[in-house]
Design a protein around this ligand. Sequence first.
Ligand code: S3P
Length: 758
Amino acid sequence: MFNRVAIIGLGLIGGSLAAAIRAHGLATTIVAGARSERTLERGKLLGLIDDGSTDFAEAVKGADLVFLAVPVSSMADSMAKMAPGLSGTVIITDGGSVKGKVIDAAINCIAEHISRFVPGHPIAGKEKSGVDAADARLYQNHRVILTPTAQTDTQATERVRALWAAVGAEVLTMAPDEHDRVLAETSHLPHLLAFSLVDTLARQGDSLDIFRYAAGGFRDFTRIASSDPLMWHDIFKENRDSVLRAVDLFQQGLAGFRQAIEQGDSDDMLAIMTRANSARAHFLALSARTSYTAALQLNDDRTNAIASDNTAMSNTVSSGHGRRVEFHLQPGGALNGSLRVPGDKSISHRSIMLGALADGITEIEGFLEGEDALATLQAFRDMGVVIEGPSAGRVRVHGVGLHGLKAPSGTLYMGNSGTSMRLLMGLLCGQPFNTELTGDASLSKRPMERVAKPLREMNAAIATTGKGTPPVHISGGQQLKGIHYDLPVASAQVKSAILLAGLYAEGETSVTEPAPTRDHTERMLAGFGYPVSRDGATSKVSGGGKLSACSLEVPADISSAAFFLVGASIAEGSELLLRHVGINPTRTGIIDILKLMGADITLENQRDAGGEPVADIRVKSARLKGITIPEELVPLAIDEFPVLFIAAANAQGDTILHGAEELRVKESDRIQVMADGLTTVGVENEVYADGIRIRGGQYGGGEVYAHGDHRIAMSFAIASLRATAPILIHDCANVATSFPGFAELASAAGLNLSVVED
Ligand code: S3P
């Protein structure tokens, strides 16, 4: 890759790059320039370099790459010393942690080489320093930030990028001043605070006592005050302006917090801390490229494990990759016992939305702590709503009123959740501010025009991509007007989005649906005291009302219970009691269909839970028979078809489904993905544009792909109860979107499931 590389400054940073270049065979010859002969001797002895000189001009002679790894305060001096030896084509890069100063030095000292100077900053370090600590793996999976200027030649940047990538680093590019600002805020400021706090307390009269009683929090917070004072002195001096700006910013925040405490303003105090909690989880999720639930866990686990930062360069959070989760199932088994599945997803979303827009504090119990509902919760926190929890299903939402949302500082990320995105589209087009909504790979392919179109008729300003998919841009400040809309597809999400926009519209907004869909929005609006009229297939609201906070109990999700209803039906010797399940008649298609197939299901202890009917459901194994599924039941069981296909695979004869083209635009194309999996395990099926025919009978096992679709993963897990060979299911991480704890609950009931994660 390079012929002759010169490393100026042979400490940890320079020595490690030399070692890595050596290990990967990226240069023919490596030479070093260092101030002491001893360092050069050690470098040779350790096999890091072939040659070296204390004369920097001598060291860089004939080099086609120079890496400057000296402290920022000696960059100018080192550049001036090496300048006479530089060739006319040499590429020069550096590892300094403050870029503005280094670039100034380069302009002054190596002006004729400036187009081939690529400023860089490897974010890596260790507790130990010096050439003896050099480590060929130091940069592996760490970030390197390159900060090319307008004068930097792109080819030179590319060659430096390729070098860092070849030693295993993740290379990012940033403007130099942005780099210095970001580092000031995320690295320099925390170090300054740690030094200052320890110093302030140490100078108190009874400081020894303070330290004697100081608990883990003090130790965690101040660990970085053990860093090298001389080096930090240099950094604070070199990055003076950005550091001062970061201190000012922090002082403002601190003053606000102080005032909240002084005035006993609990709302404000909680707002600051819940925002900080979720911002940290968000940050960990982004840096580990993981999900909210995994990040919340990281938030706890990592509290004590943030890596040392002696060099101002260490990357504090590992840059992992997306979690890979597989389900491994042994065939056979039966499901027995009594269990309660997690809270209803649809109701959990709505409880946050309406709670946030209500006046007063809404108390929620049984909230689903799954990824999708958490995405909704995060979106409202991003819009300034204080939300306590969730903790064991309890959430307290400090409502801000219909007009109290604040503009989020960035894009609202909806993860995998279509419900969050579509319902929020309705809500957000009535706000005074602009918003952008994005989602994960699956959500980014799903149709959003079905919601955008009627909202535009209401005068909303909404843009989707050319394909009608996310990101969705909403321009606020539009006066919405009420409309009547005849839904072309039976969709509760579209209906709900229009009704929610209707809260902000002038006059009446009404929606007529072609077939009944879930009515949680209507029920919950009424529960919050907002008038909703319902006349046959039409629901109607008028703008200008208000929502009053209330207490809500979220029933267990019938869509999650569905896996156990099918599992216990097909596995001989099963009997399960599923407690407190929501049996809203717009959701019970699964029960009706299973009963038509011959299932043994009884509802016990029917009651009302905050406007939603609930029951305990008893299910015993039964011989199922194939049926033609009545089309009017399709919208009432829309999320349950993946597992109903497993019921069909275990029924006698054919089960035929038509009128279900909607399944093709769910989290995956549920007709095709299920058909592929069924074929793999040996179930005969025939795919139609709007449905499928499945022939029941014996089947084996094999490897199936869930395509990131939670319900597909859980359905094939249930299929194992009657398989004759093991089933391995790939891509199951998204089970956490709707059913956190599925594996544990299902295993406790009798499923032979083990989860393999990396
Ligand atoms: C939902 C409605 C349904 C359903 C989704 C949740 C809701 O979608 O599939 O999982 O909470 O309103 P459609 O309304 O698009 O059918």
